[in-house]
Design a protein. Sequence first.
Length: 168
Amino acid sequence: MLRLLGIDPGLRFTGWGLLESDGNRLRHLADGVIATDSTESVPERLKALHDALALLLAEHRPDEAALEETYVNRNGAATLKLGYARGVALLAPALAGIPVAEYAALAVKRAVVGTGAAEKHQVQDMVRRLLPGARISRADAADALAVAICHAHHRASRTRWAAGALMA
């Protein structure tokens, strides 16, 4: 069994979701959102995000982490700030010795809903169905759990493929 941490980075709100993966079986363990104070400077907010992620990693001890790749929007300043937060979200698990995977938004949607054209609410609904009994705190946390589910599915596929290659 593996503990997988999904992270949906943002400078204002960073969602996180932790699940346990045993082959194709998934179990929700925890989720939440890290919020930074918008009245503070960007460096202070990034430090707060890092400190919260480091505490989260120490407390929950995931085996692997996964993030969604950044999309570029029309607002360059917003994209840059998202990139800062994403950098911290990539760095924190790496500093803790935890492998980090990245997935395109289309791959996450395809893994969770079955189509890369899924709407945000469809992804969140499927996350709730795939993790029955989970009381997901916010949309950012549901998005992070979707990334963790995507990672679990990709890991299981790679493991099956590797096992099949060894048997051939």
